[in-house]
Design a protein around this ligand. Sequence first.
Ligand SMILES: CC(C)(COP(=O)(O)OP(=O)(O)OC[C@H]1O[C@@H](n2cnc3c(N)ncnc32)[C@H](O)[C@@H]1OP(=O)(O)O)[C@@H](O)C(=O)NCCC(=O)NCCS
Length: 171
Amino acid sequence: MTTLFTPRLTIRPLTPDDLPTLVAYRNDPEVARFQAWALPATLDAAQGLVSPAPLGAPGWVQRAMAHADGLLGDLALNTRGPQAELGITLARHAQGQGYAAEALRALLTHAFGPLTLHRVYASIDPRNVAVARLLSGLGFRHEGTSRQSYWHRGEWTDDAQYALLADEWTP
Ligand SMILES: CC(C)(COP(=O)(O)OP(=O)(O)OC[C@H]1O[C@@H](n2cnc3c(N)ncnc32)[C@H](O)[C@@H]1OP(=O)(O)O)[C@@H](O)C(=O)NCCC(=O)NCCS
């Protein structure tokens, strides 16, 4: 188990008590619009996100972004050898207050520090301007966009790759 601390957040494993809140924000159409989970999100499906596996363990490892007032969102790292994909979601009421940038700074410092990863990347819908701006602000490069490369929520969707190398990261 890995717990990361930021000025306002604790990044820790999800617990069963977090799941009603997580399912509620995952069913918010604004939050789900560019995300891959099946709708409606259910408590049953969310059980699979509760795991004590440490960040950096092979495959997707999910973490809570917890604030003194409760669960604000979740993030995840999908590690395959020396590379990992990240994902992040905040409840609508918690967006636009710098929480994602704060959490990802801690995650990247951990990924390129103790986990010694070489490359972290994200795959986004280019219409998702919030996440494009978030990643660019952290130093991720836009590597390219695959046009209409997957079918998502009823339409062919573009897939933009963003990546950051260990030697490009400034904590
Ligand atoms: C993407 C997301 C995680 C950003 O979280 P956040 O906490 O609101 O982001 P921050 O407040 O840390 O802001 C980071 C940057 O994005 C910008 N930003 C945030 N929301 C924005 C929006 N709706 N439109 C434009 N820019 C936005 C901020 O201004 C900031 O840029 P700056 O540093 O240049 O000022 C959040 O909007 C979210 O959870 N969206 C729904 C789920 C999702 O789509 N996740 C990404 C899937 S890959």
